[in-house]
Design a protein around this ligand. Structure first.
Ligand code: SF4
Length: 183
């Protein structure tokens, strides 16, 4: 005689399927919302800053990507844009700023100096900020044209939309200063 317990695996599977379906919808919705509400923290160190200001001007209209408003506190930002050359003395400061941004967060390397050290191939310059923080999008150029920056922002939006987003993320809290560089 069949008991109630015989049905449990099927019920569990259906519940898991439903949860997976709902999680997929939530993830898609959160991804859509997050990719259009990027609050950038510009970490500007060098000449690329002039081009960064151009991108922020009305002509290129960053607002249509939901990324117009810079935040000057990492606690209010979710997108760290590193603009320009980073030297070894600045490296711990950059890492500290990254750690102060709440999850979920993303990083863009703006220009060849931030991406790879550029032509400053010397002992004092960090040869790419991915040695200090994980980078989501690299924008080439010295300095990059505003169109390249917009292209980079759109690439980042695609990446955000494709990521898994949860309403509540139960990851253990990191110990400040001891997190690994990769995510
Ligand atoms: S990439 Fe070129 S413009 Fe940008 S900070 Fe380096 S040297 Fe300056």
């Amino acid at each position: 005689m069949a008991s109630e317990l015989d049905n449990l695996p099927v019920i569990t599977t259906r519940r898991e399927e439903a949860q997976g379906f709902l999680q997929g919808l939530v993830s898609k919705g959160l991804g859509w919302a997050r990719k259009y509400s990027l609050f950038q923290y510009p970490f500007v160190t060098a000449c690329c800053g002039m081009e960064f200001m151009t991108v922020a001007s009305a002509r290129y209209d960053l607002d249509r990507f939901g990324a117009a408003l810079p935040r000057f506190s990492p606690r209010q930002a979710d997108l760290l844009i590193v603009v320009g050359t980073v030297n070894c003395k600045q490296a711990p400061i950059l890492r500290r700023v990254y750690e102060q941004i709440a999850e979920p967060k993303w990083v863009v390397a703006f220009g060849v100096c931030a991406s790879s050290g550029g032509f400053y191939d010397n002992y004092a310059t960090v040869q790419g900020i991915d040695r200090i923080v994980p980078v989501d999008v690299y924008i080439p150029g010295c300095p990059p044209r505003p169109e390249q920056v917009l292209d980079g922002i759109m690439l980042l939006q695609q990446k955000i939309q494709g990521q898994q987003h949860k309403l509540i993320d139960r990851k253990p809290l990191p110990v400040v200063g001891q997190e690994p560089i990769s995510r």
